[in-house]
Design a protein around this ligand. Sequence first.
Ligand code: 6PG
Length: 487
Amino acid sequence: KKTDIGLIGLAVMGENLALNMESRGWNVSVYNRTVPGIEEGVVDRFVAGRAKGKNIQGYTEIADFVASIKAPRKIMMMVRAGSPVDQLMEQLFPHLSTGDILIDGGNSNFEDTERRVKLAESKGFRFVGAGVSGGEEGALNGAAIMPGGTKSAWEEVKPVLQSIAAKAKDGMPCCDWVGPGGSGHFVKMIHNGIEYGDMQLISESYWVLRNLLGLSNEELSKVFSKWNEGRLSSYLIEITANILKHKDKDGEYLIDKILDTAGQKGTGKWSVINAMELGMPLGLIASAVFERSLSSNKEVRVEASKLFHEDKEKSLYNKADMIEDVESALYASKLVSYAQGFAVLQKASDEFNWDLNLASIARMWREGCIIRSVFLNDIAAAFEAEDKPKHLLFAPYFKAEIEQMLFGWKHLVSHALKEEMPIPAFSSALNYFYSLTSSSLPANMIQAQRDYFGAHTFERVDQPRGEFFHENWTGHGGDTKSGTYNV
Ligand code: 6PG
C-alpha cells in the first residue's frame, strides 16, 4: 500500500517529524542516503528502533522510496541547508511525476528557496520552503511551521503540516500559508533573528542581576520563574529558570562551568544582512549577533580585561527596584526587537510582493517555536485591529506599555553603563526608541558633510521634498553635482 508522505533525512529533526506524522495517522516512507563509514544503516536502525511497529516504511534506494508514495507525492526534505538540498533535488527529479511536491523543512536561505521554487516549477513540480521551529521536542510533539512557495501545493500539504503543528490555546494550528517564493523561509529567518535578540536580552538581564545585585543562581532562577508568570511568560524565560537551578553531577551549578563563547549557524546574521539590504533598522538583533561574535573571541577579551578593568566598588540600588527595572528593560527592549523584526517583514512583503499577513505570522509563533510567548497574542491583536498600526509601537496597547516601562528602562541602562556592565541589546533598543521618537535628528549634518566633500546634494526644510540642492561650501568648488540616488 502506498504511503501518504515521504521524508528524507533521518537526523533527529527528521526522525521526530516522521514519528509525529505517523502518530497523527499518516503512513510515512522514509529515506536516508548511505555514505560508507559515515551514514550507514541509518534507515534500518530507525525502522527497527524508534519506528518499530509503526506505519513507517524505510528505504535505502531513492527510486523505491519515491515509488512507494501516493501521487501527487509529498516529500519532505530534512537535510542540511545549502548545497545538500540542491544535490538531493537533482537526485529526486528523474523519479518525480508532474505535480509532485517537495517540501524543504530545513533552515534554508530564502534566496535559495526562491531559486528552487522556480527550478521545481520549471520542471512541472511544486516546491514548498517551510521553516520549522521548535527543536527536537517540537518536531516530535508539535512545531511551528511556516510554509511558502507554490501556492497550489498548500491544499495538498495543509492536512499533514497542520496535523503535526503545535496548537495555540484557541485551537489554531501554528502553521498557515505564508506566501509565494522564499517567503516561508524569510519568516523563519526573522523568527531566528528575534530568537537571537530574546536570548541576548535574557542574558543581559541575568548578567546585570548576577553582577550588580549579586543574586545567587537559585535566587536568579526564582526571579525568572516569577517573570514567567507575567507578561514576559515565554519558553525562553522558562528554560532560563530551569538552566539556572540545574546542577552538574558533582552538585555544582552547571551554568557556572559553561564557557562563555557563543556559537551561531547563520540565521541571525542573515536577518541583519537582509534588513540592511532592505534599508531597515534591525539594531537589536545586530547587537545580539555582534555580541555572539565578540564573546567567541575569549582570548582577546581576557587580554583586554587585564589592560582596562580594575575592580571597582559597585554602587547599588535597592534590590526590589533593580529587579523591577530589569524586567522593564527586558520587556521594553523585547517590544522594540519585535517591532523592528515585524517592520522588516512588512518591508520585505512590499518589496517582493508577498502580501504577508503579520497577524497570522504572530499567531503562528504563539506555540511550538522557540520564541513562543503570551506576548505574541498581543502582537497578533495589534496587527488585527481595524486601524492597523503603521509601526508596532504605535498600537495603543504597546504605546501605553512603553510609557509605563520607560522610567525603569532608562534608569537601568544608565546605571548599568556607569557600572561598566555590557548591555548592548538593552542600550541599542533604548537608542532606537529615542531616535524613532525624535522628529529631528542630526542627519542634517550628515547631509551637509556629504555635500561638502562629494557634492551629494541635500533637501531643504524651506523647500518641497524631492528637490535637491548643492552648496559651493568653500568658494572654490564647482557647480557639478553627484547623483542623488539612494541604495
Ligand atoms: C528553531 C531554532 C533552530 C536553530 C537553533 C540554532 O527555531 O527551532 O531557531 O532552527 O537551529 O536555534 O541556531 P544558532 O546555532 O544559530 O544559534
